[in-house]
Design a protein around this ligand. Structure first.
Ligand code: SAH
Length: 348
């Protein structure tokens, strides 16, 4: 039964939520075939290339209080930092000379980074490196703000929806945050012409297998350019500190299902996946992922952008990180390339 479902998925057929649920429940039997099919499909669009994105975690100051996140406003133990616009640009310059052609600016929802300040950073990055893509991942903002940032030159935006189930969303976030606003943001970003990434944590508290099946339907309907998923990992100073982490096994299986559902999607093997399993990122690539996002943040602040416990690569310099990743990926038979890495328009 699972073989038939995988074949239908791979041939472009739409599965129902119950069919996805069946696959998720039978993941132990289905995983190897799902991964092989996902890999083959990925190669049809992207060949053997794995794209890298330089991640600049430029502020851990945040006005929000997501129950899962280590940099939530309510975490008084979090040692806060904010890079200056000049520091962000230096970081990107350094990344450019290491070969990066995409910069991902990620941070908490820090009021210091008004449209004026952030647009200035984006404009300067695009002026210095017109051949590089700029991705923003700075949470929920107004439509006007997204429009101004796009106008300033931002190409892509990552805003994980976190869960497509309203009731589940309300269990992960305080009442001051809203499911509808998150969805509104995603709609606005799409309409403004960004390449948009959504995503969710695997194994977040209260998530069920039914919810995960629902995520596959959500992704198929939204048709994002990128999908970021990684296991939930508890952070000890958050309300979810005592929950279990999500598993690498479930995450890699879902990566395969996502690849089979959205063949040309850009799909990172995330740092969280590398955190719950030392070979997690390689396993992610072998399951159908084609993007890695190594850290470019200055060594002095890396250990402070802690969304969850035991995060990997917090001590390494960017140059060392990239050498390590290159060696790891080579072993999987794939190759890191320094292209912008836009979503493929057609099979190669
Ligand atoms: N403030 C930005 C960036 C958030 S951090 C935003 O709201 O989009 C990027 C992602 O890290 C989040 O979207 C969330 O899915 C993930 N994350 C946060 N806490 C986590 C945890 N404890 N375990 C795993 N992933 C987590």
């Amino acid at each position: 039964m699972y073989k038939k479902l995988l074949e239908r998925l791979s041939a472009g057929d739409e599965l129902t939520r119950d069919e996805y649920l069946y696959l998720i429940r039978h993941r132990d039997e289905a995983r190897d075939e799902a991964a092989a099919m996902a890999r083959a499909l990925c190669e049809e669009y992207y060949g053997r290339s794995v794209f890298i994105r330089g991640l600049i975690e430029f502020t851990n100051i945040c006005r929000n209080n997501c129950f899962y996140c280590g940099i939530r406003a309510g975490n008084e133990k979090c040692e806060r930092y904010r890079l200056t616009p000049e520091e962000i640009i230096t970081c990107a310059d350094n990344g450019y000379s290491l070969g990066f052609r995409t910069f991902v600016l990620q941070g908490g929802e820090d009021p210091y980074f008004t449209d004026g300040v952030l647009c200035g950073v984006v404009r300067e990055l695009k002026r210095r490196h017109p051949d590089a893509a700029v991705t923003l991942s700075v949470g929920e903002r107004s439509r006007e703000s997204y429009a101004a940032l796009r106008e300033a030159g931002a190409d892509r935006y990552l805003l994980r929806h976190e869960t497509s189930n309203r009731r589940h969303y309300e269990k992960l976030h305080p009442a001051s945050m809203s499911f509808d606003n998150r969805q509104r943001c995603i709609d606005d970003l799409k309409e403004l012409g960004y390449q948009v990434g959504v995503g969710f944590m695997v194994g977040s508290p209260y998530q069920t297998e039914e919810d995960l099946a629902g995520e596959m339907i959500y992704l198929r309907d939204v048709k994002p350019d990128m999908v970021g998923i990684g296991p939930f990992v508890p952070h000890h100073d958050t309300p979810f500190g005592a929950f279990d982490a999500g598993s690498a096994e479930m995450t890699t299986f879902l990566l395969s299902l996502i690849r089979l559902t959205l063949p040309d999607v850009l799909l990172p093997a995330t740092t969280a996946l590398g955190t719950v399993d030392p070979a997690g990122r390689e396993k992610g690539i072998l399951a159908g992922a084609n993007v890695l996002m190594p850290n470019l943040s200055p060594a002095g602040v890396r250990g402070k952008y802690l969304l969850y416990d035991n995060k990997i690569c917090t001590g390494d310099e960017a140059a060392a990180c990239i050498e390590c990743l290159k060696a790891r990926i080579k072993k999987t038979g794939r190759e890191i390339v320094t292209a912008r890495g836009d979503r493929a328009e057609r099979r190669i």
